[in-house]
Design a protein around this ligand. Structure first.
Ligand SMILES: Cc1cc2nc3c(=O)[nH]c(=O)nc-3n(C[C@H](O)[C@H](O)[C@H](O)COP(=O)(O)OP(=O)(O)OC[C@H]3O[C@@H](n4cnc5c(N)ncnc54)[C@H](O)[C@@H]3O)c2cc1C
Length: 427
């Protein structure tokens, strides 16, 4: 059996944060990082805009401002972000305040999907120089706590300390691991929402603030805004019964490409917390996603705001005409009626928030604006951690979006560092 001092599962930002922290403080430790994909660094491959202001990305149950700021300083020192400038914020802030909406000012940088790939190459090169072994297309299947080993698709690997950071896509895998370790958890929270796409001139705030963060009453927020050369994409998900579904998302290429499509997209997400009776957010989201797939013939739904307002479905032959003056960037979606698919309360709160947003940035609710559904974020496993370093069992740690310790690149990196600080005591 191969043995390493440290094994890290997942090469996303959480895994990276941990790998660099370990190699900074225990340079002689042998470190293996595995990833089931053919390439490395998980969600940093998408858009790669990074937020450096608490509480963006930091779940409040695990982070306070003082802690998060200390870690963000480390993340920032490592990634040397080139912060984007902002302007005219006082105007939007004032309008927002009148509606009981808060606008959070966030220090941001945007590398774009292409810029993110360059960063990943740099990080991989740096890890190689530090003798961290990266094994791709290697997937962790199970853990043997007594043996201190994990089984992957290719071998059994021993560890002195282990970090499992499989990201949002590893949500269910983490649940299996928690079940096998007897770690109690709940997954009662989920974010459900829509992705909005419009022409840049109808949401011009993005020229003043790249990814504007608005928090509306009733736990609705704007999330992941992309502009310039911006595209809506779909991600495949699988239910616990093996059925496929798609959730939408968005990304943009870096500004320095000089290739703009003049579009903007962003998500409006509603956080749903299930309490009495306590139910799984994942199962709830799966049902909603399958319902959307049923109505969309296996594809996400899209609807023009003009049709939505009139209470009629969008149809393919009327989707691009007259007022509807741009084609969707995700053409494979099915024009339809999202109000058939979204639960009433969720839709009501999101629509109310959209109207508020249209008062703050007039134009975003132009009839041509497209609403895509569903956008689902399953990142709220809440394991009972044994300490503040996200330890779940003897020498075993979790971190990142799948483990509920983060909701974004910088916070995932910070939670990897925080886990690694705990792991160091086993070295
Ligand atoms: C389209 C898209 C756009 C996004 N845009 C942004 C953005 O602009 N800014 C932002 O802050 N966040 C963004 N995010 C979210 C961001 O990607 C995540 O917050 C972040 O990557 C979480 O880091 P992580 O390390 O927890 O997980 P991930 O980055 O998902 O990495 C987990 C890794 O673990 C691997 N893995 C999973 N299971 C196993 C296993 N069993 N064995 C071995 N390896 C495994 C996966 O292959 C993956 O590479 C975006 C996400 C998507 C999908």
């Amino acid at each position: 059996m191969d043995r390493y001092d440290v094994v890290i599962v997942g090469s996303g930002p959480a895994g990276m944060g941990a790998a660099f922290e370990i190699s900074d403080h225990a340079p002689d430790a042998s470190v293996l990082m595995i990833d089931k994909q053919r390439y490395s660094t998980g969600g940093m491959r998408n858009d790669c805009k990074m937020n450096f202001t608490y509480p963006i990305g930091f779940p409040l149950e695990y982070w306070d401002a003082v802690d998060a700021d200390e870690y963000l300083e480390k993340v920032s020192a490592f990634l040397s972000p080139n912060m984007l400038t902002k302007s005219n914020l006082h105007i939007y802030k004032q309008r927002a305040q009148r509606l009981d909406v808060s606008m959070i000012e966030v220090a941001q940088t945007h590398l774009g999907t292409d810029g993110g790939l360059k960063l990943i190459q740099q990080l991989q090169g740096e890890l190689e120089r530090r003798d961290v072994e990266l094994s791709l297309q290697e997937e962790m299947h199970s853990i043997d706590l007594e043996e201190r080993s994990i089984t992957t698709n290719t071998r059994t690997v021993g560890y002195r300390t282990l970090l499992i950071a499989p990201g949002r896509q590893g949500f269910r895998f983490l649940q299996q691991i928690m079940d096998s370790l007897g770690v109690p958890y709940v997954d009662n929270i989920v974010d459900i929402g829509i992705r909005v796409e419009t022409r840049l001139e109808r949401y011009p705030i993005v020229k003043d603030y790249y990814d504007p963060k608005f928090m509306f009453p009733e736990k609705v927020r704007t999330f992941c805004t992309n502009s310039g050369d911006a595209h809506v994409v779909q991600e495949r998900g699988e239910t616990s019964h093996g059925e496929s579904y798609y959730s939408v998302n968005g990304h943009a290429y870096s500004a320095d490409k000089g290739r703009e499509n003049g579009m903007v997209n962003f998500a409006m997400l509603k956080t749903v917390g299930l309490t009495e009776p306590l139910a799984s957010g994942q199962l709830f989201a799966e049902h909603l996603a399958l319902q959307a797939m049923l109505l969309g013939g296996g594809r996400p739904l899209m609807q023009r705001v003009g049709d939505f307002r009139l209470g009629k479905r969008s149809k393919r032959d009327e989707f691009n005409h007259d007022l509807y003056d741009f084609p969707p960037t995700l053409r494979t979606c099915t024009p339809g009626d999202i109000s058939l698919a979204v639960p009433a309360r969720i839709l009501r709160y999101i629509w109310k928030s959209m109207k508020n947003l249209d008062t703050i940035v007039p134009g975003v609710l132009h009839p041509s604006t497209i609403i895509y559904y569903p956008e689902i974020k399953l990142y709220a496993n809440k394991p009972r951690y044994a300490d503040s370093h996200f330890r779940v069992a003897d020498s075993v740690y979790f971190a990142g979006d799948g483990a509920g310790t983060s909701r974004g690149i910088t916070a995932a990196w910070a939670s990897g560092i925080r886990a690694a600080r705990g792991m160091r005591r086993y070295l």
